[in-house]
Every structure is written in C-alpha cells, then in structure tokens.
Design a protein around this ligand. Structure first.
Ligand SMILES: C[S@@+](CC[C@H](N)C(=O)[O-])C[C@H]1O[C@@H](n2cnc3c(N)ncnc32)[C@H](O)[C@@H]1O
Length: 233
C-alpha cells in the first residue's frame, strides 16, 4: 500500500472509532494510559518559543496534560482525523492556548523552528513512512528542541509470563470489535504494535534522521516506551 492510501485508510479508521476511542483507551489499558501520558509530558521543557506541537493529538488528552503541567504553553494539536479532534473539543473549551489543526503529520502547516517540543503519543506507529514525519518534526523544532514519543513496545517480548501477549493478540481485538463494531480497527492496533521496531532500532532510526542524544525508557514492564530525541543546537 502506498503512503497516501495508507494515510486515507488510517484517518478513516480513526474517524470510525472516534466515538469509542477514549472509553476503550481507558478500559483496555485499565486506566494506565492516563499515567503513561502524564509521564510523557514530564519530559517536556518550555523554551524560547513557548510553543509545543502535539502531533497525532487525537482526542487531545496529551494536549490538555501539557497545559496542566505547563500552564503558560501554547499547544498546536495536530491530527488528520477530524472526528478525533472533534471528540476532544469539549476538553479544550477552557483552554484557548490549545489550537487544534487538521493536517497530515508528514506535511506540517507550521513555519521552521517555531516550537520547542514535539510530543507524539501512540501516533508514530501509524505514520508511513516515519522518515517523512521525522523530517518535518526536525524542521519545525527550534535548535536544541526535543521530540518526546510515547509508543507501545513491539509486543514480541514475553511480558508478565505471556499474559500481556495473549491479551494483545486475542483479547484486545475481540473487545475492540465488540464495542466499536469495527472488526478492522483493533486488529490493526495489535498488528501495528507487533510490526513496530524495538526501542534500540527506533533509537537508531532517530539518529539516522538527524536527531542527537536519543534515549528511551520502558514503562509498565515494557508495554510502552518513552523515547526522547533532541534536535542538534
Ligand atoms: C492511537 S491515536 C493517538 C491519539 C492521542 N495522541 C492519544 O494519546 O490518545 C493515533 C492518532 O494518530 C493520528 N494520525 C495517524 N497518522 C497521522 C498522520 N499521518 N498525520 C496526522 N495524524 C495522524 C490518527 O488520526 C489518530 O488520531
């Protein structure tokens, strides 16, 4: 599938599950997703631009957490699924500093060097090719700015004696299918988690793309990872 067809398929898929997205996120992760996003945002440091890009912002939970932890920030919340952004609208009613933008992460409608930080939670896995997103992220980051990624591990290592792997491959697609009435969506979730590179390979990818001082840390026994990569000064 070429990258544009892939993009259309992914945005259509998130448009379809947007109504259920928040509920299923909290339910399927047993509330851990809230803790994971909070940990991601702790890596964010405000800089000279005072602005952050929350890429693949979805229903805006990371954007709201960014402001909760850093009340003076301006946040551009970008996603190509209109339905996902619309679901998040009520959450930002009291936060005029959050600016939702519908656009593709591979062609950011932002000027060079305009943000100190880019966050992306559970989004980079969906973007193909990832090198296009890295190129655009590097362009909009100010020198020394940071990219903070929250993403699932590969799902290939045995976690909790295989209980997590069974959950990912068998339980999760069935629950997702039942609630969202979309057989494809949660199978897609499990498939993309398994197809994602491990943390070491991703770190290499980020270095090849032009970031420096790349680091990562596992959360919840490696179910998810936070990766931090800095643009050279
Ligand atoms: C799993 S959701 C994550 C949403 C949110 N960051 C969160 O923490 O819940 C992935 C999001 O990435 C968006 N997305 C995927 N590919 C994208 C692209 N190329 N450009 C912009 N958004 C994209 C989808 O529309 C979806 O809202």
């Amino acid at each position: 599938m070429n990258p544009n067809e892939h993009g259309k398929r992914v945005s259509g898929l998130f448009d379809n599950i947007a109504v259920w997205y928040d509920f299923l996120n909290h339910f399927l992760s047993v509330g851990q997703d809230v803790y994971w996003r909070r940990r991601l945002v702790r890596f964010v440091r405000s800089g000279p631009t005072g602005a952050v890009l929350d890429l693949a912002a979805g229903t805006l939970d990371v954007s709201v957490e960014l402001l909760r932890q850093n009340p003076t920030l301006r946040v551009f919340s970008l996603d190509f699924s209109r339905a996902m952004l619309c679901r998040g609208k009520a959450k930002i009613a009291k936060h005029p500093a959050i600016i939702p933008v519908q656009a593709d992460g591979r062609a950011l409608p932002l000027p060079d060097g305009c943000v100190d930080m880019v966050t992306i939670a559970f989004g980079i896995r969906n973007i193909l090719p990832r090198t296009d997103a890295y190129r655009e992220i590097l362009r909009v980051l100010a020198p020394g700015g940071r990219l903070c990624i929250l993403e699932f591990g590969t799902g290939q290592a045995r976690i909790w004696q295989g209980a997590y792997n069974f959950y990912l491959g068998t339980v999760l697609p069935r629950i997702g299918r039942f609630f969202s009435k979309n057989p494809e969506a949660y199978q897609y979730l499990a498939d993309t988690i398994r197809a994602f590179p491990n943390a070491r390979i991703l770190a290499g990818e980020l270095l090849d793309a032009g970031f420096d001082t790349v680091s990562y840390e596992p959360l919840s026994s490696g179910i998810v990872y936070i990766h931090v990569a800095q643009k050279p000064r």
